[in-house]
Ligand binder design. Structure first.
Ligand code: DWN
Length: 405
């Protein structure tokens, strides 16, 4: 029997997505024979209410010198991180020589705004290539994983932090107790830990099961976050819903008793209980909803293939690895995936081995149907792809349900 990564309670998977490769393991045909697989199976802990993967590949296998995801591929996300940085500077930053630390700072998409404002800062980023991209933008970056040990090193060199920030990072870190311990050491007495991640409430409501993949070892709720950090002398003091990544939640955490706990925390927890996020039966229903979504998507794709329609994927996302592998999508269903990230182009998608091509391959010869793997960027993509619709093209989306647009 597996144990909860947070509280040690016995847990078991409520479903399996089956044999799964690394979500960002884009590869060339000569690498197919050595491709790594593990079983993608999420579990719910009925003691601390944390949704988590039973097994996860080693962090070094996922985050390394050739990591494929660069945050700055979306203009809307760049604007979001600028707002996030400005909001922190306006509402939460201390006034005397403030120091900001960002965990998983990627290519510096958020921290560069602190750098520009002349604020002392440090990014902690384990993937060497994206860390280098951040340094190129003037962002002070250390290539490391964050935990209690790293927190001690940072303290010795820079002192305590006013703000520890993270976006789409905390849910990637298996040893969260070590992170919470590190935060408890590094944070100034009145400092804040502010982080955001895809929100469990949205995943359950929208059946967005593709938020579950190797890198996302947790899907958080206010209930689980309060519990995880609460056992390290820290307290959830505010939550702020975000529209990014199909529905995210920003969590604001301080030292216990140092800040007023805002009404948003109790309100979110009440909503989560009403949605059943604290009950095992909710996850059984989620499994049935995933199966129904998979059947509907494959019915649509098989029908398009039978009619000889050209289908192209839009956005070789990490999320799409769960979709292609769980549903059984192959190059017979999807001719190629268009993606603007140079490091993904010319390779094949993990598991399904669908070729990834530059954006021009899509724009120069529109398909009949574009399967929107980057559905979380729909607004931005629909706005710039009016020409595709005008040519008679249709979008196939699967969140919150399988539909043609
Ligand atoms: O947590 C994570 C999130 C934040 O980012 C990661 N573990 C890795 C990554 O997940 P993802 O790959 O699912 O993220 P995105 O932002 O949904 O990926 C979008 C992909 O689509 C990128 O490869 C870029 C591409 N893209 C494109 O080709 N044309 C994106 C846009 C907006 C476009 O117009």
């Amino acid at each position: 029997m597996a144990k909860c990564r947070i509280c040690g309670n016995a847990i078991s998977a409520f479903m399996t997505f089956g044999r799964m490769p690394l979500a960002n393991g884009f590869l060339t045909p000569d690498q197919f024979k050595d491709e790594y697989f593990f079983e993608l199976a999420p579990a719910f802990c009925d003691s601390c209410h944390t949704v988590q993967l039973v097994d996860q590949p080693a962090p070094e296998a996922m985050f390394h010198g050739e990591y494929a995801f660069f945050s700055q591929t979306s203009k809307a996300m760049a604007a979001h991180f600028e707002r996030f940085a400005n909001d922190t500077m306006a509402r939460r930053l201390g006034k005397t020589d403030p120091f900001v630390v960002e965990l998983g700072s990627n290519d510096g998409i958020m921290l560069r705004h602190f750098a520009k404002a002349g604020i002392r800062h440090l990014g902690i980023e384990p993937s060497a290539n994206v860390a280098e991209a951040a340094r190129g933008q003037g962002v002070n970056t250390r290539c490391a994983f964050f935990g209690a040990e790293t927190a001690r090193e940072i303290m010795a060199e820079y002192g305590q932090a006013d703000i520890i920030q993270a976006a789409n990072v905390m849910c990637h870190i298996p040893d969260l107790n070590s992170v919470a311990e590190g935060v408890a050491l590094l944070l100034k007495p009145d400092g804040f830990l502010i982080f955001e991640d895809p929100y469990l409430g949205d995943v359950i409501r929208k059946t967005s099961y593709d938020q579950i993949y190797d890198e996302h070892v947790y899907v958080f709720s206010a209930l689980s976050v309060a519990r995880i950090f609460g056992s390290h002398g820290l307290e959830l003091v505010a939550v702020e819903p975000q529209v990014t990544h199909g529905g995210s939640m920003r969590y604001v955490i301080g030292r216990k008793g140092r800040h007023v706990v805002e009404a948003s925390v109790a309100a979110a927890m009440a909503d989560e209980r009403a949605l059943g996020l604290d009950k095992a039966a909710t996850y059984d229903q989620f499994r049935r909803n995933c199966e129904a979504s998979k059947d509907a998507l494959m019915a649509a794709l098989n029908d398009l293939a039978a009619k000889g329609k050209r289908v192209v994927g839009y956005g070789a996302t990490s999320k799409s690895t769960t979709v292609t592998q769980y549903c059984g999508i192959t190059p017979k269903h999807v001719e190629f995936i268009s993606d603007t990230t140079p490091t993904k182009q010319g390779k094949c998608s993990p598991g399904a081995h669908i070729p990834v091509k530059p954006y021009d391959a899509f724009a120069s010869s529109y398909p009949d149907v574009a399967l929107l793997f980057a559905w979380n960027h729909a607004q931005e993509i629909f706005a710039k792809e009016e020409g595709f619709k005008a040519s008679g093209g249709r979008w196939l989306v699967y969140v919150p349900e399988v539909t043609f647009i």
